[in-house]
Design a protein around this ligand. Sequence first.
Ligand code: 5B6
Length: 528
Amino acid sequence: MTSSAAQQDLAEPHLRQVLAGVGLDVEYVRAEGNTLHRLDENGRSVPVLDMMGGFGSLILGHHHPRIVARAKELLDARVPVHAQFSRHPYANEVAAVLNDIVHRELGTTEPYHAIFANSGAEAVEAAVKHAEFDRVQKVSALEAEIVAHLERTWEAVRGGTARVPGDVLAALEVDAPADPLAGFDRAAAEVQARNAAELARPPLFLTPEGSFHGKLVGSVQLTHNESFRVPFRSLAAQSRFVPLDDPGAIVKIAERERRHLLDLTVTGDRVVLTERPLPVFCAFVLEPIQGEGGIHPLTAEFVREARRVCDALGCPLVADEIQSGMGRSGAFFAGSLIGLRPDYVTLAKSLGGGIAKTAVTLIRASRYRPEFELLHSSTFAKDGFSTQLALTVLQLLEADDGAVYRRAAERGARLRAALEAVRTEYPEIVREVRGTGLMLGLEFHDQSAATSAEIRELATAGFLGYAVAGYLLREHRVRIFPTGSAVNTLRLEPSVDLTDAEIDQVAEGFRGVCRVLHAQDGRRLVGA
Ligand code: 5B6
């Protein structure tokens, strides 16, 4: 049945128009491995090499035969997909395999508990909510301690064994009355008022500049790109962004944001005013290899400093491995290659094997609050279908002593060498090739001073990367996109089954782009 409404474009029509502007509004009808198929004007199937890989969701490719077979098996067996509030042995098995990997790669024997979700942003928000739940309980414990101190101090003042000295009243900017009890009342009222003002402040997050952690209400505030983040800033707690090339800035930001609660205790016969550090930072969230920010691997020095400052603050360090994890880097966790020791880890994308939508947040046992399980849930999370597929994915990744990880490293090195060769041939066009394993980026030099008006305008509007993507699709049958926040960088995230021929096809495509940009042939670039 075709409704009359189906003739209209109702599903995000504006986005479709934008894609159409650069020749990317293509419908794909079939997907396998690293290939997507579209139909040409005559209805014939045209293969397209997919270097996007579902924004990094397809480490094993489209429709991996073992994952498809498992999905069919599960459906044929009428495996319960929805049986909320029952035992979930498969979710538990997924968590167990993930723990084995954590213990092998992240240098710890501590268990990590698993909270399941449906998407990456949801896994990040579960992490953030858990971290905040932990923070507010620590704050409540501190508040309770201060209340108990105030009571004890009041008893001492009332009993005449202690009095509030003038320097305490002066520090609190309250007048000193003759009556010691009135002095205490004024001091205590001021302490309570100042503490209440501090406690009303929302927490802060730490995250590197260039971060991308999702686009939901909370996670978008951890996403650096202003156009995604700023319109929604009043909806959630804010982040302080740390420059990637200046790990020393982490401690400076922590010092600048330091806050405290006031406390009144008794020493000898004097009431003493002390400052009690307030946990201000909810979490430090980072991607070991930034994806959407332009493919920037973090350095070992940066993550070491992040760990040091988090330990000093008592704040959890969250590794967002949603894009970099699941083997793409050449290890299961990209963070393991730079010595990252996180308290929380988020995974999504490839965890569902390119078929299911699933995500997970892992939390170190020593920081875990079991009560959180009764506060946070989602109807679809931890369902029987997606967790069992995730288990198959993990078995495939872990098979043959990690052959997939070795292959990601080997294929990544080969692809990188091919891209580096293009850069060597066109150093004035290609600025840099960077990344780790099969998470690579190729950055073009800025073209906003190009002699071709078309190229200049595209570059100035931030659309050059999309125009290059349109050209590669049209002329080389390669599907590739720029990163959203670094528009001159094209991102390559194919599956581990990338062949030499496919690598050659990509390199040839980029040579074509370089020739067009070198010749300043704007019309050819946009297919005019
Ligand atoms: O599953 P979800 O998208 O909510 O995951 C959020 C997330 C992502 C991520 O990479 C990290 C590190 N943390 C959380 C997911 N990345 C998604 C992404 N999406 C686009 C572009 C990207 O570079 C990354 C995208 N851009 C335009 C249209 C659709 C998607």
